[in-house]
Design a binder for this molecule. Structure first.
Ligand code: ADP
Ligand code: MG
Length: 580
């Protein structure tokens, strides 16, 4: 467990602040993460990585010469938001395109994909390589579903070296993809971890037992056994990994491999060396040549007791990238020559534009939208704990806090936008950005999409009407399903958003007033949220524990119904400027 902290909700921000203060000679803090202090060459490809906090040195610790150009750093165990990723990406962009490289987790995939879409829309070329090295998390046939753990390092290194050598984005993508095809990791755990400020461990392993293949956030492993000796564990890890020698390795004898023995948090270096001693003997005994092994903490999980072993089966090309010099806060190899000439000086976000001023009628509507957001915040605030409990049944328990954090940020952004005389559309757009930026997680990203789509439909000129709102909700539904891929019946907020959209369309065709339309929508949303009780989750974090959730409605569906109801009530009071 963590002994030293102030306010648990500020833990991730405060650790990032201290981390940057230690490494001012190598990195620079930007909104959403960190970037290399030394700038990339104009026109070159840059490597951008990222993930949740709580896994140090992953991911900020791998930013620096010879490794990543930038990293987005999320909250504790939560992916960075698309906005954070975009912010960091825009600053590191050197004009030659960006490779996103990160471990395969649903929240990270969702947010990086969304950031990729947005950056492409700005004319920045972005491609992604999602690392899938954890052999315990899916079969080889479904390698694309595997999680990413310590094998991320050789993939990052391959991409970074190729990018700094001036290769094209296609080439950097190809090399990183090949590195991912050739890396395999297996981890074991003897205990779970306790998040900062929490009173209970997030997950547990029975005493004296070892879980093989447990994920770094407590994702279930493939088997459980009595904890072996150090040598016994080395044998288990080596044998299982050799069983999955990549098919392109024709002859294992004489093959050259990079080896990483990673401590997950509570295992001492001395213990790692005892285990490594046997790993070295076993691999050499199989005729393999070990090239520059790494025994260190590279991707951790607070006080989780466990280790992972990674084998990186190198080609000549990849061996050069593995051996190349690097100098980052947490990873050093060889000698990196720094030149002071390319030190970052003026790091400003290129697109910090002023908000567009709305028409008088749209500014009036924006006042109502702010009131609506405040009402939604109040409705979620009182139900925060209950939403957390619903999410804890099959998910990770953060839905209440996430929604609260997101809505608080949305309200604050809306107030600023109103002061800047924004119309209703812009106000909703910046509120959506603020929401997804602060909330993180899956629902944060999706609510950002919802607000931005409704904002686009309302615009900053016209008086909002039910048709524009209905169009906005239809677009929001499309945006949410494009991004999250959930279908009706998957037990997500889509099960409320879809009938809500149908209801709004019907109200528009019947020429109902805005207040009447939201009133009808609130009844539909309540019933739809309640009906998710009997569904089985097929997507998102709740999926692995699907059956546990039968009889409990989906938290995201419930919070959406609460918000729709609060809008209906607020509009009864405030909708005068909208109606004729
Ligand atoms: P996380 O799942 O990242 O912890 P939250 O707990 O804040 O995020 O939100 C969980 C809710 O998000 C779920 O109850 C569900 O309604 C919604 N959700 C999760 N995945 C998806 C998806 N792919 N599409 C639509 N909604 C989703
Ligand atoms: Mg959750």
């Amino acid at each position: 467990m963590t002994y030293l902290l102030n306010d648990p909700t500020k833990f991730a921000d405060e650790l990032a602040e201290g981390f940057v203060a230690v490494h001012r000679d190598k990195i620079y803090a930007v909104d959403g993460g960190v970037i290399r202090l030394h700038k990339a060459k104009p026109g070159q490809v840059v490597l951008m990585i990222g993930g949740g906090s709580g896994h140090y040195p992953a991911f900020g610790g791998f930013v620096g010469q010879g490794l990543a150009h930038g990293a987005a750093m999320g909250n504790v165990f939560a992916s960075p938001s698309a906005q954070q990723i975009c912010n960091v990406a825009q600053v590191v962009d050197a004009g030659g395109g960006i490779l996103f490289c990160y471990g395969n987790y649903a929240g990270d995939v969702l947010n990086f994909n969304q950031a990729q879409q947005r950056l492409r829309a700005m004319g920045i070329d972005v491609r992604s390589v999602v690392v899938t090295d954890d052999i315990a998390s899916a079969s080889l046939a479904e390698k694309h579903k595997r999680r990413g753990i310590a094998g991320t390092l050789p993939v990052f290194k391959a991409a970074a070296v190729a990018a700094d050598a001036g290769k094209s984005l296609d080439e950097v993508f190809r090399i990183a993809t090949e590195a991912n095809e050739r890396v395999r990791t297996l981890g074991v755990a003897f205990s779970g971890c306790t998040l900062p400020g929490a009173s209970e461990p997030l997950f547990e392993v029975a005493s004296g037992k070892m879980e093989i293949g447990m994920g770094i956030h407590g994702e279930p492993g493939i088997s459980r056994m009595d904890a072996p000796s150090a040598d016994g564990l080395a044998e288990i890890l080596v044998n299982r990994l050799l069983d999955e020698t990549p098919s392109m390795i024709e002859d294992r004898r004489g093959a050259r491999i990079g080896v990483i023995l990673n401590g997950l948090g509570a295992v001492k270096y001395e213990e790692l060396f005892v285990v490594y001693r046997k790993i070295d003997q076993l691999l050499s005994g199989h005729g393999l040549t070990i090239v520059e092994p790494v025994v260190d903490e590279l991707i951790t999980s607070f006080d989780m007791a466990g280790i992972s072993l990674t084998l990186f089966w190198m080609s000549d090309e990849l061996e050069k990238t593995w051996l190349a010099a690097a100098d980052t806060p947490a990873f050093h190899r060889g000698n990196v020559v720094h030149s002071n000439e390319n030190k970052a000086d003026s790091l400003q976000l290129g697109n910090q534009h002023r908000l567009k001023t709305g028409s008088a009628i749209s500014q009036a509507a924006a006042t109502v939208v702010l009131a609506v957001l405040e009402a939604a915040y109040a409705a979620i605030d009182v139900k925060q704990e209950e939403l957390g409990r619903l999410d804890a049944i099959a998910g990770d328990g953060d839905h209440g806090i996430g929604m609260q954090r997101g809505l608080a940020a949305a309200v604050a952004a809306a107030k600023e936008a109103l002061d800047a005389k924004a119309g209703a559309g812009t106000l909703l757009t910046v509120s959506g950005d603020a929401w997804s930026n602060r909330a993180g997680g899956t629902s944060g990203a999706l609510w950002g999409v919802i607000l931005r789509n409704i904002g686009s439909a309302l615009g900053d000129e016209a008086k909002p009407d039910v048709t524009a709102i209905a169009d906005g909700i239809t677009a929001a539904l499309r945006g949410v399903t494009d991004l999250g891929k959930a279908q009706l019946g998957d037990k997500t907020l889509v099960d409320v958003l879809h009938p809500l959209s149908v209801s709004m369309d019907s109200s528009a065709s019947r020429n109902l007033s805005i207040a009447a339309a939201w009133n009808a929508a609130a009844d539909v949303a309540d019933a739809a949220a309640q009906a998710t009780e009997n569904l089985l989750p097929k997507i998102g974090r709740a999926r692995p524990h699907a059956e546990k959730s039968i009889g409990t409605p989906d938290p995201g569906a419930v919070s959406m119904a609460l918000i729709v109801r609060s809008i209906a009530i607020a509009l009864k009071k405030h909708c005068a400027p909208f109606e004729n």
